[in-house]
Structures are given as structure tokens and as C-alpha cells.
Design a protein around this ligand. Structure first.
Ligand SMILES: [Zn+2]
Length: 63
């Protein structure tokens, strides 16, 4: 992935709809909470970069 900002997508852990998380820079990998645009539940987004440079997005339910 070489274009920034990048849009990462993963299924909402609440409703299953695709959520988008904007990643501004390659090192912008801090955990953050994003609200689902469909069901409005908060999801904790964990962004990590693999050794091959691939960006991985994981969403988990957040309180
Ligand atoms: Zn949702």
C-alpha cells in the first residue's frame, strides 16, 4: 500500500457492515475508537503493519 491517506475496511463487529477507517500516514497505527456509520456502536480499531508493509485493520466491540 503506497498511497496516503489510505482507507482501510473491515466488518463492523456489531452489525457486520463494512466500516472504513482512514489512515493518514504509515506510522499512524495507534489504537482508536471509531463509531460505525450504520449502527452507531463504537468499535476499537487496531491498525498494524506487517513486515511486508501490508496494513491490517482489526475491529473489536468497544464500550
Ligand atoms: Zn455497525
Amino acid at each position: 500500500m503506497s498511497q496516503w491517506p489510505a482507507v482501510l475496511r473491515a466488518p463492523c463487529p456489531w452489525c457486520g457492515e463494512t466500516m472504513e477507517v482512514i489512515l493518514d500516514r504509515p506510522d499512524d497505527t495507534a489504537t482508536r475508537v471509531e463509531d460505525c456509520a450504520v449502527c452507531c456502536h463504537p468499535a476499537q480499531a487496531s491498525i498494524s503493519a506487517g513486515p511486508d508493509g501490508a496494513i491490517r485493520l482489526d475491529l473489536e466491540p468497544a464500550d
